[in-house]
Design a protein around this ligand. Sequence first.
Ligand SMILES: Cc1cc2nc3c(=O)[nH]c(=O)nc-3n(C[C@H](O)[C@H](O)[C@H](O)COP(=O)(O)O)c2cc1C
Length: 201
Amino acid sequence: MEIDLRSLEVRHAHDLLTSSIIPRPIAWVSSLSSGGETNLAPFSFFTGVQWNPPVLAFSVVNRADGTLKDTVVNIEQTREFVINLVSVELLEPMEMSARPIPHGEDERVVKGIHLIPSKTIKPRLIQEAKISFECVLERIVRVDEGANAGNLVLGRVQLMHVQDDLVIGGREVDWRGPNALGRLSGNRYCTIDSVVEGERN
Ligand SMILES: Cc1cc2nc3c(=O)[nH]c(=O)nc-3n(C[C@H](O)[C@H](O)[C@H](O)COP(=O)(O)O)c2cc1C
């Protein structure tokens, strides 16, 4: 079957892409409004860009009415953010933080997590996240304008936080340790239960 994604109704293309590009890690982003209120939101269009110097990227699509989501507004204004990784036990608060709340309103409504100070930037990190990255904005790429248009946010990593017991030989993170949650489509997620080894890396 060949599918011309461009000719489909918007949500249909969304469903095909999000059920094909799987599993996706989740960037749980903490940012600050210009008024100093913390905003949390998850984004699964998320990946690494380069490691020297380290840069990460995630994509935030505009709301259906064409307006920017709070995460983009905040990062444009304050130019700093934390990307926290999501483990299985954080599913509920992560989903809670995806619900829209008025801009500038604090995320204290998100239960089950604690925000603690970062070392190099102002936005706080999630204490319960096993891995977090303190980032400064490199640039935002506006791919299109209007409803559902993507804003690719690139961040330079200033500092990585990893829970001590997850680091093997001081060099690598044990893949089992973070109990990472992967996004499939809709409300479905997955965990890493087995690993397949190739011949070489
Ligand atoms: C697991 C998960 C992954 C998500 N991934 C994305 C994404 O990649 N891009 C996006 O624009 N929205 C994504 N969303 C929706 C946003 O989190 C949601 O629109 C949120 O309200 C945005 O918050 P903000 O306005 O505070 O930035 C995702 C939601 C969930 C639950």
